[in-house]
Ligand binder design. Structure first.
Ligand SMILES: Nc1ncnc2c1ncn2[C@@H]1O[C@H](COP(=O)(O)OP(=O)(O)OP(=O)(O)O)[C@@H](O)[C@H]1O
Length: 305
């Protein structure tokens, strides 16, 4: 599939801080590409370099075949950047914001299709500040897509939205993807990364730690475990069993999670010990991790799969 963004060995320093360190990845046309990582991981710096808002120190970046530093004006007509709601004047009506932003782009025409998709027709005469968080996000999304960009950059698109509004936002973003727009999204919500994104890059300390489809990322061995409840099973026995990677014990709920290379043989030994020691086990489950688990795994120093 055609690559619309390619990043090779990108690095950026702020004084002694290495914000981005030898980062390489590419984004394919028509995908929703997520960038996740803890605070300070280098997500914003990376995105702003792609948007032409920041200069890189080293490496190669091509967005739609253009160098964002040198061809920023040309690129601006082909990419959309969602601004934070705070950057819109409070006493501006929705239609005024749309006219203003429409005039910034070369096309200078209003994309009625996006206004319809976002259901904004009935909000056109409302003041931006009077809208709920969900509607404000819709307006900022409309402003970023008025010129029908090839690539849309979204920074935390569902930040502060309730679960219903968040799902509606995902559905709108998917519709834009289905119409051919490539979407690059940064998020702190692992659920968003898992449910919305076609592929996810996990960045930590400016470095790429993992990159794949979300369901393939969570197939990583570190995120598979068994869990069970027991008031009396000695955790030390578990820790001493062969090929055990990690044991977590929540004493409040008597829940034990066991991460192991081979969950089947680990379970066999576990039940054998329980039988011999007369320990009581309930709620035994094979669990498949989530991106949350994988995230924590990398934060705890786990290596790239
Ligand atoms: N203008 C700047 N001057 C100095 N240091 C900066 C600047 N911008 C970012 N940094 C530092 O660079 C590192 C990466 O920051 P960046 O904002 O890119 O991370 P992030 O992943 O977007 O974080 P967050 O999720 O908190 O927004 C951090 O250590 C940050 O403190």
């Amino acid at each position: 599939m055609e690559e619309v963004i390619s990043v090779n060995n990108l690095s950026k320093r702020y004084g002694s801080t290495k914000a981005v360190n030898n980062l390489s990845f590419s984004v394919k046309k028509g995908e929703i590409f997520g960038i996740i990582g803890p605070n300070g991981a280098g997500k914003t710096t990376t995105i702003e370099i792609l948007e032409g808002l920041r200069k890189k120190d080293e490496g190669e970046v091509l967005v739609l075949g253009m160098n964002p530093e040198k061809e920023r004006k040309k690129l601006n007509n082909r990419i959309g950047v969602q601004f934070q709601a705070t950057s819109i004047q409070k006493k501006m009506k929705v239609k005024e914001a749309i006219q203003l932003f429409g005039s910034i782009y070369d096309q200078n025409n209003t994309n009625n299709q996006i206004i319809k998709l976002l259901g904004l027709e009935e909000k056109m005469n409302k003041y931006f500040d009077d809208l709920s968080g969900g509607w404000k996000q819709r307006v900022t999304l409309a402003l970023a897509t008025l010129h029908k960009p090839d690539i849309l950059f979204l920074d935390e698109p569902s930040m502060g939205l309730d679960p219903h509004a968040r799902r509606e936002m995902w559905s709108i973003i998917r519709s834009l993807r289905d119409e051919g727009t490539t979407i690059v999204v940064t998020t702190h919500y692992m659920e968003e990364a898992e449910k919305l994104c076609d592929r996810v890059a996990m960045i930590y300390n400016g470095e790429l730690r993992a990159l794949d489809e979300p369901n393939r990322l969570v197939e990583d061995i570190s995120s598979q475990y068994v869990s069970f409840r027991s008031p009396d099973f000695p955790v030390e026995i578990l820790k001493a069993m062969p090929d055990i990677m990690k044991v977590e014990h929540d004493e409040l709920s008597d829940t034990i999670k066991v991460y192991a290379e081979n969950l089947q043989s680990c379970s066999y030994l576990l039940f054998k010990e329980a039988e011999e020691g007369h320990y009581h086990i309930s709620d035994f489950k094979f669990e498949r991790g989530t991106l949350d688990d994988l995230f924590v795994h990398y934060l705890e120093g786990g290596q790239t799969a």
